[in-house]
Design a protein around this ligand. Structure first.
Ligand SMILES: [Zn+2]
Length: 320
């Protein structure tokens, strides 16, 4: 196990904000289309009956004032979520542009009221209101299933044999609740999906480099899975058992108010979600994980943890 100090020095290194200049590692592609940049999972593009994409931050009509006081610029962004700071008509226009860029203007967008739950909905027609939950699945053509994120992990599933798809929103609570495995379970029940046939794209979300968590999160994961330790860097056992890895701060001779910061671990949510899927018998060779960290790439993604006042990306999948 890494010591806390070692984990932290790695974190500082990774935390330096950097612009996105390189190409995403295969099998991912950043496609320029209709003035937008859309991230795609290449293995999904070989199905001509399928459309999918992960939106990015630039080039929308929403105006975001930087929350960073050193940065006074206002920025045009592709915010796809109805956030407090944005105007509804701008979000609608961004959504229209995104769907147009995907070539899916005829497909109604099906969204969720996301609640960090384990609730997955099977959809066969556009619902009147976004249902409450964190996953959507369908075998019907003509629907564009969407989840919204700004650090949480978006996951798209496709079952090519039965032509069924799912979109999943998985933050730490959803991961503890095993939402990805439960959505796959619903596909097995409703569409006779076999996990061995399934392809999974785990999209851009906060990386282990930037996702510091405290004992509350560590304890939940430790209780949920014996593998959980492998998804964390830092003093996992100490935080999981509730003991303080920095006991007796007076021994360090620090004056009051200058105690060392409370210990933290770094969580790899993408690895945890990939493990949920492999445990449910999805083949590791069919799971494609984007290495892009939303916190590390402010030019390309929104990050709630980094900015608080920010937009939402959308990850969509549908059967044409
Ligand atoms: Zn990062």
């Amino acid at each position: 196990m890494l010591s806390l100090s070692k984990a932290c020095s790695k974190t500082r290194e990774s935390r330096r904000a950097r612009s996105f200049t390189g190409a995403p590692a295969p099998p991912w592609r950043l496609r320029n289309v209709s003035g937008l940049q859309i991230l795609e999972s290449l293995p999904f593009t070989r199905f001509n009956w399928l459309t999918h994409g992960f939106s990015t931050r630039p080039r929308g009509v929403s105006v975001l004032d930087s929350s960073d006081p050193r940065n006074t610029r206002t920025e045009k962004v592709l915010n796809l979520g109805y956030t407090d700071w944005d105007r509804r008509e701008r979000v609608d226009e961004n959504r229209r542009r995104f769907v147009h860029a995907l070539g899916a203007t005829e497909m109604p967008l099906v969204t969720l009221r996301q609640i960090h739950s384990d609730v997955a909905h099977i959809i066969s027609a556009p619902p009147a209101e976004p249902p409450k939950g964190d996953a959507l699945a369908t075998s019907a053509s003509g629907l564009l299933l969407a989840v919204q994120t700004a650090d949480c992990i978006p996951i798209l599933l496709v079952d090519p044999r039965h032509r069924a798809v799912a979109a999943i929103h998985s933050g730490w609570r959803g991961t503890v609740a095993r939402i990805a495995a439960k959505a796959l379970g619903r596909m097995q029940m409703e569409f006779a999906t076999k996990p061995a046939d399934v392809l999974a794209a785990i999209g851009p979300g906060i990386g282990q480099c930037c996702y510091e968590v405290g004992p509350d999160v560590v304890k939940e994961f430790a209780a949920q899975s014996p593998q959980a330790r492998s998804w964390f860097e830092g003093p996992f056992d100490a935080l999981a058992s509730g003991e303080d890895p920095n006991p007796l701060p007076w021994l360090t001779m620090m004056p009051p108010g200058h105690q060392p910061p409370p210990p933290r671990c770094h969580l790899d949510l993408k690895a945890a979600n990939a493990a949920l899927l492999t445990d449910a018998s999805v083949s590791p060779k069919n799971i494609f994980v984007s290495e892009l960290c939303t916190f590390c790439h402010p030019d390309l993604f929104f990050s709630y943890r980094r900015e608080r006042t920010t937009g939402r990306m959308m990850s969509v999948i549908g059967i044409i």
